[in-house]
Design a protein. Sequence first.
Length: 411
Amino acid sequence: MYDWIVLGEWVEIAIRWLHVTTAIAWIGSSFYFIALDLGLRQTPSLPPLAHGEEWQVHGGGFYHIQKYLVAPEMMPEHLTWFKWESYATWLSGFAMLVLVYYLGSTLYLIDPEVADLTQWEAIAISLGSLAFGWVAYDLICKSRFGDDNTRLMIGLYVILVGMAWGYTQVFTGRAALLHLGAFTATIMSANVFMIIMPNQRIVVADLKAGRKPDPKYGKIAKQRSTHNNYLTLPVLFLMLSNHYPLVFATQYNWLIASLVFLMGVTIRHWFNSKHARKGNPHWTWLATALLFLLIAWLSTAPMRQRAEAIALDGPALTYAAAEGFDEVVSIVQGRCAMCHATEPGFEGVPFAPKNVVLESPNQIAQEARRIYMQAGLSNAMPPANLSYMEPAERAAIVRWFQSAGTTGSKS
């Protein structure tokens, strides 16, 4: 049994590594080509049918790049296709979704206090939502509504906000934000697989057959590529959010995710404007900073009445001597120690998560800050509230930590 658990851990590590590596390759190529496309110059020396060119220097050499909106007069002998980065990123990401959230549904996917789902019901909702996302998005893009790019982007944002709220009504906060990232990434990868690549194949086939390619295929592919460009940064944030309970385990997690999409727009607008030589919109910096500060404020807004700003650091002795410590020890030992133990008693947890052991009062005092952040200010722990920690118990943790902070500030 132990060997299989260890093997499973290494399989997850390998797939996560693959996912991160392929994501870097996909995002890197996407950012590069968007910057290249926006920076193209039209010069008198351009060959027939060429739209623009760019000179670049890298690695000690110079590169002369020319773009054709439709296709050159003759098919190049060597043609590089950029597709596997996208496919591998989605496939490895879906594998992680299966390993972590489907197989670990009790810990990470289902919270009975949110929606009392069976494992298969939760998985069905997950798969159905990903399929729905692509179908709805694609139909809207192909409709008359999608003829206006600005209107289309606003419509897409409304859908994303709705999905952010909807996911929080059926899954744990951690799973909700992760699924919103998967929902968006599925749209992005399907854009490549279902639209961009098929359109490029049509153009290549026409060129080989001696036909003049229809420019509409390039226009459609460019639209989807632009969408991917603006969605990339929010997807990265959402995929990292499961490491930060102040993002996913708060009352306003869906609103935080919605604001993150706006930050993605402001950040990319600055880069895209710079690359297109259309000025330096510094207002985007202020807008992004204000959005980030609003997100940080929202992360603790529901708890602010019971936990005002206090020092988050202090020696273990201060926490051990603080009022309410004995009650907190009882709470943590009863609600957390089944996993956070030298020999965890919870099935499927062979080691104490993050090597945090909470069996003795001294160990609990040493981990005061983590306990406060994970189980007091947020509902990140216990995962999916498996041990049914009560709101009054979370409030007791906050009072204890606040008391320690107050005592420390007076001393």
